[in-house]
Design a binder for this molecule. Structure first.
Ligand SMILES: Nc1ncnc2c1ncn2[C@@H]1O[C@H](COP(=O)(O)OP(=O)(O)OP(=O)(O)O)[C@@H](O)[C@H]1O
Length: 304
């Protein structure tokens, strides 16, 4: 195995008769952001638990910062930042007490006051965990994960339940972590979050990897999704456009789908010209990561 931040080979996780992860391999390079996507129950959290050393895999090999997450757990923990989906803290302690406690475990912690300010938690410093809202608990959990200056951070749905402002703050923090050379492994159900943050996306489906690549690679491989043409209303496509689906969405606005590339787009525009139509606007739309994700997880073919 190489000197990657995370390297998983053929990881299997079973719960009784249920195979939650059925032989997953993936690599997260140092200083990169890797996002795990997948439906509820796809196996994302189980995979994170293997990386964090909280679950022994039923098969395969895991290396995290070059170490075995189970056998080398004590050596590894101070180098990791872990944000769980929920819980993991003392409900009766205040936000300030919790963050200072975790800071005290670290050799060179971040400044607690700075973190409280950055995550908008200053006014909750004396509020007990159990009295914080869901989004405020999430922000505190993120602060706890970061306070020890980890080399590698695991974030399980970090912005779930956060308001828009907190979500953007979290995104900026993750971008700063990457700029500082920290590796981030995050799970999310928010495709725009993955598209914005991730260098590498791993789409999981029923415990297996359905696709991997950068957001740009995944969307580029899926090609152009839609051609929009504005011309005069009421044009009726003939046999030359038989390979495409043409819908006049509003009078004079045509939405064309099918096998679209530079050559076929030129053919379509040629048809409009041949029909004597004056084309006043042309627009193409690439598939978004959400389109690719939905197609992959529903089993539809997206690659031509
Ligand atoms: N402790 C457990 N005991 C039994 N089954 C479990 C346990 N934990 C998870 N599972 C099952 O394993 C499968 C994968 O669960 P996991 O939590 O890893 O999925 P996930 O992708 O993180 O889902 P979500 O997006 O809902 O968080 C699911 O079918 C789940 O019901």
């Amino acid at each position: 195995m190489t000197d990657e931040a995370v390297e998983l080979r053929d990881i299997v996780v079973r719960y009784g008769d249920t195979t939650a992860v059925g032989g997953v391999s993936l690599t997260a390079g140092r200083g990169r952001v890797l996002s795990l996507l997948g439906h509820n129950g796809a196996g994302k959290t189980s995979l994170l638990q293997v990386c964090e050393g909280f679950r022994r895999p039923d098969g395969g090999i895991a290396r995290v910062l070059g170490l075995d997450p189970m056998a080398d757990h004590d050596a590894l923990m101070p180098r990791l930042g872990i944000m769980l989906q929920s819980g993991g803290v003392y409900p009766w302690a205040t936000a300030g007490e919790i963050l200072r406690l975790f800071a005290s475990f670290a050799a060179t912690p971040l400044d607690v006051d700075m973190l409280l300010d950055r995550l908008g938690l200053r006014k909750f410093e004396r509020t007990r965990w159990r009295r914080l809202s869901g989004g405020e608990q999430q922000r505190l959990s993120l602060a706890v994960a970061l306070v020890g200056r980890p080399e590698l951070v695991f974030l399980d749905e970090p912005t779930a339940g956060m308001d828009t402002e907190a979500r953007h703050t979290t995104w900026r923090l993750i971008e700063e972590l990457r700029a500082d050379g920290v590796t981030v492994l995050l799970t999310t159900h928010l495709l725009d979050e993955a598209e914005r943050l991730a260098d590498e996306v791993v789409i999981m489906r029923s415990g297996a990897v359905a696709a991997t690549g950068s957001p740009a690679e995944l969307t580029a491989a899926a090609g152009i999704d839609l051609l929009e043409v504005r011309a005069e209303p009421g044009l009726v496509p003939d046999g030359r456009l038989a390979d495409f689906k043409v819908v006049e969405t509003t009078p004079g606005e045509y939405a064309i789908t099918g096998s679209l590339d530079a050559a076929t787009i030129s053919d379509v525009l040629g048809w409009f010209a041949g029909a004597g139509a004056q084309v006043t606007a042309v627009n193409t739309r690439r598939r978004t990561l959400e389109d690719v994700y939905l197609a992959l997880t529903s089993g539809e073919k997206v690659y031509r």
